[in-house]
Design a protein around this ligand. Sequence first.
Ligand code: ADP
Ligand code: MG
Length: 225
Amino acid sequence: MTAPLIELRQITFGFPDRNVLQNLDFTLHPRERVALVGPNGAGKTTLLHLLVGLHRPSAGEILIFGQARRVESDFVRVRARVGLMFQDSDDQLFCPTVLEDVAFGPLNLGRSPAEAQADAEQTLAALGLEGFAERITYRLSAGEKRLVALATVLAMRPDVLLLDEPTTGLDEPSEARLLAHLEGLDQAMVIVSHDRGVLERLATRVVGLKQGRTMDLPRLCPRGV
Ligand SMILES: Nc1ncnc2c1ncn2[C@@H]1O[C@H](COP(=O)(O)OP(=O)(O)O)[C@@H](O)[C@H]1O
Ligand SMILES: [Mg+2]
C-alpha cells in the first residue's frame, strides 16, 4: 500500500479536567474517505484539531505527509495542505462578505488577488453558490454558512480534507449536492459524521472512536446493494 498521508501513533491528549484520547492510533491513506463516528464528547473534533496543530498531544507521534509534526512551524506547513472544516461555521467565517471569506485562504497561500478571486468564484459555483459572492456572511442561514465554510476550505485545493459534521443543518438538495461534489474529489478525507448518506455513499472506511481509542467498524452496505 502507498505511504500514509496521516499517521497517529499512540496519541494521548486530555484537557485539564478530562482525558480525551488514550494511546490512539489512526492512519489515512491517499484517496481514502474515512468516516469517523462516535458518541457525543468522544473526541472526534479534538482528533481533527490535533491533526492541524490546534492542540498538542501529551504523548505519541503525529506524522503527516511522512514527517513528524511537533511544533507550530511544522503545523503551519500542514495547514497549507490539510483543510479543516470546523464543526461550527462561525469559527470558520470572519470576513464581511462571502467572496472575501472564500478568497482569504488562496490569498494567504500566496496566490495573486485575481487568482484568489477566480478560485473563490469557481468554488462557489461548484457548490451551487453562484450569486453568493457579495452576500453578508453573518446574515447567512446556518445551512448557507455550512456550504460557504466548505467553500473556504475547498478553494485552497488542499491535499487532505478534514470535515467536521459537514452535512449538519443542510436541507436535502444541499446535502445531495454536497455529497455529489465530495464524491467527485480525489483528495483523501476524514469526515466526522453519522449521516447515512456520508456513511453509505461517501465513506470508503468507517472508524469508531470510543473511550479514547479508534476501532475499525464494518462499512455499511451501500443502498440498493
Ligand atoms: N476547550 C476544551 N476545554 C475542556 N474540555 C473540552 C474542550 N473542548 C472539548 N472538551 C471536552 O472534550 C471532550 C471531547 O470533545 P469533542 O472532541 O468536541 O467531542 P466530539 O466532537 O466527539 O463530540 C468532551 O467531553 C468535551 O466536553
Ligand atoms: Mg465534535
